[in-house]
Design a protein around this ligand. Structure first.
Ligand SMILES: Cc1cc2nc3c(=O)[nH]c(=O)nc-3n(C[C@H](O)[C@H](O)[C@H](O)COP(=O)(O)OP(=O)(O)OC[C@H]3O[C@@H](n4cnc5c(N)ncnc54)[C@H](O)[C@@H]3O)c2cc1C
Length: 434
């Protein structure tokens, strides 16, 4: 069993299953000069890398600065579930963005998965991409919610089929006594090795001319029409700047960090399972989530381990006994794994926003920010990268839909926003139990 790295204590990848099975280790240089570009991007997760790739595809000169390694943050630590949809309950924003705005965001929620599908094919990225996703119900009201969701998706013209499964039918996908049934999406959502996806996308961007720097933390940002960013050893002056540091950006730009709450979630992986063990728990090889606020999410990896995540908390702290607590959660779902060894365990931070809609906007001059996917960013990051690149290329329509949505700062400033929000989320966790 590998030890744990807290997110803060190393500039190398945390000791995750992803890092242990990466196709290669990125080794981009550290920025050590004063350079110029059309666009400078801060943050080498899915947001930054995909914005860079979209811009490079359009012929822009781009510099990408990552404080640690490409995919070091949430991108290289998550559950690997590729789930469409952007934001929640889109109709709540109708007053601000109109019916057309709601429709546009709905459509982007479908397109975001297609971007991954196309990108993996176009750049031949080896990342175990597998289609198939299942929501599972713990309570009768969850089944009613899935029915309502299915009806909504059908009304909106969702291009993939959703199937309701009763307890018996669910056995063909997920074998756990805990669940009453589920909703299966065989082709629209799925799962993949996220670190391999992101470093593959970074390589594609590099081959199109993007200059990537690792171990290059931005410590100062100058906003305006000619923005600039500074690291310990260099600087980039650009016509446009994109901030994609998300939950790890810290207080670099206080105005945007006040709107995002870094929240922690933890993941374990087992040793590779035998065919019999796989057949006994996950015969469908789908990505699986339950619908709670502090949900369990799990899937098989390409080498047939169970990857099991959960334990979200809004204090942003990693749990002390991560392996012990996560193991209990996993055994509650799959008691037959009692004797299976755990090989990796880690935590990561995701950016939560108050209304759970990704935050996309413009600061002074040509400075853009993208953050706060609220635990659901693998596919949406790809969309946000695309529309930010479109914005920079002069097509503002889709960017503007997002920029109109108001995002409140968390109350209590930097010191108090964590405890006050943790209390708020406790309320929702209690509702989950009803
Ligand atoms: C444990 C966990 C499980 C999750 N599971 C899922 C899932 O199954 N499906 C799903 O859709 N979503 C999931 N998410 C959410 C998803 O991972 C994120 O929404 C997504 O990866 C965000 O990507 P990002 O590029 O915006 O941020 P990050 O991946 O966090 O990248 C930000 C990067 O910016 C860098 N950075 C920060 N500050 C600076 C600076 N000053 N200078 C230079 N670089 C800087 C950081 O080092 C980091 O690499 C999960 C998140 C976590 C933490």
């Amino acid at each position: 069993m590998l030890g744990l790295n807290t997110p803060q204590n190393t500039r190398e990848h945390t000791q995750s299953y992803y890092a242990a099975t990466a196709n290669w280790q990125t080794d981009y240089p550290t920025l050590a000069a004063n350079i110029e570009a059309d666009v400078a991007i801060v943050g080498g997760g899915f947001t930054g890398v995909n914005t860079a790739l979209e811009l490079a595809e359009r012929g822009y000169s781009v510099v990408l600065l990552e404080a640690n390694r490409i995919s070091w943050g949430a991108t290289g630590r998550n559950g690997g579930q590729v789930i469409g949809g952007i934001g929640h309950s889109l109709e709540q924003f109708e007053k601000t963005i109109g019916k057309d705005g709601v429709r546009a965001i709905y459509d982007m929620g479908v397109e975001c998965c297609d971007i991954i599908r196309e990108r993996v094919a176009k750049y031949q990225i080896d990342c175990d991409l597998t289609w198939g996703y299942c929501d599972v119900a713990l309570k009768p009201r969850h089944m009613r919610e899935f029915e309502a969701e299915k009806a909504y998706q059908e009304r909106m013209g969702y291009p993939h089929t959703l199937e309701m499964l009763d307890k018996q039918q669910l056995q063909s996908q997920v074998r756990s006594d805990l669940y009453l049934g589920g909703m299966l999406n065989r082709t629209g959502n799925g799962h993949c090795h996220v670190l391999n996806l992101c470093i593959g996308e970074a390589r594609a961007a590099e081959q199109l001319g993007v200059r990537i720097f690792e171990h290059s933390r931005v410590t100062k940002v100058v906003q305006g029409d000619q923005p600039a960013v500074f690291t310990d050893q260099g600087s980039v002056r650009a016509k446009h700047l994109v901030l994609g540091g998300n939950a790890y950006l810290g207080n670099l730009v206080p105005k945007i960090s006040a709107k995002v709450l870094p929240s922690n979630s933890s993941v374990i992986t087992t040793e590779p399972l035998t065919d019999e063990q796989v057949a006994a728990i996950m015969p469908g090889n789908r990505a699986v989530c339950d619908p709670r606020t502090a949900l369990d999410y799990f899937r098989l990896t390409g080498d047939k381990r169970l990857l099991f995540g959960g334990l979200s908390n809004y204090t942003g702290r990693e749990p002390k006994d991560l392996f012990g607590v996560m193991r209990q959660k996993m055994l509650k779902v799959f008691p037959s794994l009692e004797d299976v060894k755990l090989e990796h365990g880690w935590s990561g931070q995701m950016g939560i926003g108050m209304n759970r809609m990704p935050q996309l906007g413009r600061l002074k001059g040509n400075v853009y920010y993208i953050q706060a996917y609220s635990g659901h960013g693998v596919a949406p990051t790809h969309m946000m990268g695309r529309i930010t690149a479109q914005m920079i290329a002069g097509q503002a329509e889709r960017f503007d839909v997002f920029a109109k949505i108001k995002h409140w700062s968390f109350p209590g400033g930097r010191m108090l926003r964590t405890p006050s929000f943790a209390l708020g989320m406790l309320y929702y966790k209690l509702l989950d139990e009803l």
